[in-house]
Design a protein. Structure first.
Length: 316
């Protein structure tokens, strides 16, 4: 290992993240009653310009009126982009009036580290002024060519930063990728055309202790397509994916939860490595395959995740 090391900034379960438009308050109680690990109340692209101010009021009421934490749900608000005139009031009104109930703020279309700095500075002032007892986290969407080009620098943009999300639709628009549906595959490309971008973001996250989350899959009637996309994201190191419709929540929870067989095997790896070490050996074999200290690190990730799921939520 390098002498430099960045431990996970903050561990939160984020297998499924339900997007809920702030302008549809009739959905809030349904979101709270559901099984998503995370819910983000949206003030950005799911809300039409004429509805922005009213959506802000709805979101404040939802934070104050619903006890998300008691339901085991982490609650976030997606503010409008820093290039809009809605953004300052999103932060000021929501955090002043409901910051004590808010876990994180999700900033869309982040392009440079200073975008995070701006929100961090505002949060620091409002938390102090209002005596908010906890530190509100920041999450960012990497969904522009500029954001992706600066992803390593953004990953180091400050101590509040917890997670980065890959926003596939805006990313496609920004790089002018030809795409058919949000998060789906283009048959003209031999493989997964999002692989490079997603993987690049995951590496930046993991280098700096952040959670890596995959964004939306738009065709909510195509559960097989969602499943395949989520499994690809999990294979690359993401620990969760957005759900833009309730049908996608259970599938995301399932895919990002290690199976009992995986957990059992991980526990056996840890035991076998411990036994090998006590005999003065680093490498060993388990079921005819070589295992070593790297296997133990992978196994430990699985056991820690399984423990977090068991401890935080009763549900799968
Ligand atoms: N959160 C909570 N509940 C939701 C929901 C959501 N995001 N989306 C749908 N539901 C509920 C509906 O209210 C309905 O409940 P009911 O059975 O009690 O009537 C049920 O789930 C089935 O919904 P359905 O009728 O199939 O969908 P819809 O036509 O109401 O809405 C969308 C479809 C896509 C408009 C809606 O799912 C949505 O707005 N999703 C989020 C979009 C978003 O946030 N985009 C920005 C990020 S990419
Ligand atoms: Mg977007």
């Amino acid at each position: 290992m390098s002498h430099t090391r960045h431990d996970p900034v903050r561990v939160r379960l984020q297998r499924s993240e339900l997007a809920v438009p702030g302008s549809r308050p009739e959905l809030f109680a349904k979101a709270a009653a559901g099984k998503a690990d995370y819910v983000f109340l949206d003030l950005e692209d799911a809300v039409a310009p004429a509805d922005k101010a009213r959506a802000r009021e709805h979101v404040i009421a939802a934070l104050r009126g619903i006890d998300w934490r008691a339901r085991g749900i982490t609650v976030s608000v997606r503010i409008n982009g820093i290039d809009t005139h809605y953004m300052y009031r999103d932060v000021v009104d929501v955090v002043e009036q409901a910051g004590h109930r808010l876990d994180t703020i999700l900033i869309p279309k982040v392009g440079v580290p200073a975008d995070v700095y701006l929100v961090d500075a505002l949060l620091t002032q409002i938390e102090a002024a209002r005596g908010i007892p906890h530190r509100i986290g920041i999450e960012v969407l990497i969904e522009t060519a500029l954001g992706m080009a600066n992803v390593e620098a953004i990953a180091q943009a400050g101590p509040r930063l917890e997670a980065m999300h890959f926003g596939v639709a805006d990313y496609a628009a920004s790089v002018r990728a030809r795409t058919t549906s949000i998060g789906g595959l283009n048959p003209d490309y031999p493989g997964d055309q999002w692989h490079f971008a997603l993987s690049r973001m995951v590496v930046a996250c993991r280098a700096h202790g952040l959670r890596a989350i995959d964004g939306p899959f738009g065709d909510f009637n195509d559960l097989d397509g969602f499943t395949a996309a989520a499994r690809r994201a999990a294979a690359l190191g993401c620990e969760g994916k957005w759900a833009i419709h309730p049908t996608q929540i259970a599938r995301a929870n399932e895919i990002f939860t290690p199976t009992p067989e995986e957990v059992l095997r991980a526990q056996r790896i840890l035991e076998a490595i411990a036994a090998a070490e006590s005999n003065g050996r680093g490498a060993a074999q388990l079921d005819g395959r070589m295992i070593d200290a790297a296997s133990a690190r992978m196994a430990k990730n699985i056991v820690l995740l399984a423990d977090a799921i068991g401890a935080t939520h009763g549900h799968s």
